[in-house]
Design a protein. Structure first.
Length: 223
């Protein structure tokens, strides 16, 4: 068994093989989609509004689409799952009515304004709105540094954990990238396990997770 409250710099398929059946309460993850979005040759626009865009540089990452075996392992090790990018993985996952829609509250036409996640839960479609457009974020008083080209906000994962995890649950992110999901898990007082094979992003996420640990568990949601 992978030790709790650790992250490992390795391929998640290898790591998940060491995790017993159904020993993870909730997998929350955003796998690579296999559409060539590996930093767009190390560049991505960080725009405050259309027509005023600053070009950020990011390290490349492997955008290879995971295999059926990888999704089989995710389903094997965990009791419940929330997986972003469902439109790219429909052939690997069973049908579900319980999708999550994240509305980024974007203006203009640069990038997708919505992202959807497949879930193993039984409920109707739900939406979470949180602005995420370059330099403009939903909580400018606690603005997050963008360290990964497909980074998602910690607040999104805090909302997910608040609504889908129970006290004492263990959270796993097999493709943690910037580490936002695991930062949220730490802030919400959950145990966690994570995998990321890209060294540069592993190191950046480790810093973010350590900072969250130093700040301690939040006493209320979104504090």
């Amino acid at each position: 068994m992978i030790p709790l409250n650790t992250i490992q710099c390795r391929d998640c398929l290898e790591g998940m093989r060491e995790i017993p059946d159904k020993s993870i309460d909730l997998v929350i993850t955003d796998p690579p989609y296999g559409i060539g979005d590996s930093g767009k040759n190390n560049q991505i626009y960080n725009c405050e509004w259309e027509g005023n865009a600053k070009l950020n540089k990011y390290d490349k990452f492997d955008d290879t689409k995971p295999t059926q075996e990888c999704f089989n392992e995710i389903l094997r090790i965990s009791k419940n799952q929330i997986i972003f990018g469902v439109q790219h993985f429909t052939e690997f996952l069973p049908q579900s009515p319980a999708w999550i829609v994240w509305d980024k509250e974007k203006t203009g036409f640069m990038g997708s304004g919505l992202e959807i996640a497949w879930t193993s839960f039984n409920h109707s479609l739900v939406k979470f709105s949180y602005k995420w457009q370059g330099m403009i974020q939903g909580d400018m008083n606690h603005k997050e540094e963008r360290v990964h080209p497909t980074q998602k906000p910690v607040k999104l994962f805090e909302w997910i954990i608040k609504n889908y995890a129970k006290e004492g649950d263990t959270i796993c992110d097999p493709f943690f990238g910037s580490g936002s999901c695991l930062v949220a898990a730490v802030r919400m007082g959950h145990q966690y396990i994570g995998f990321e094979k890209e060294v540069s992003y592993f190191e950046k996420a480790q810093v973010r997770i350590n900072n969250a640990k130093a700040q301690g568990k939040i006493s209320g949601w979104f504090e």
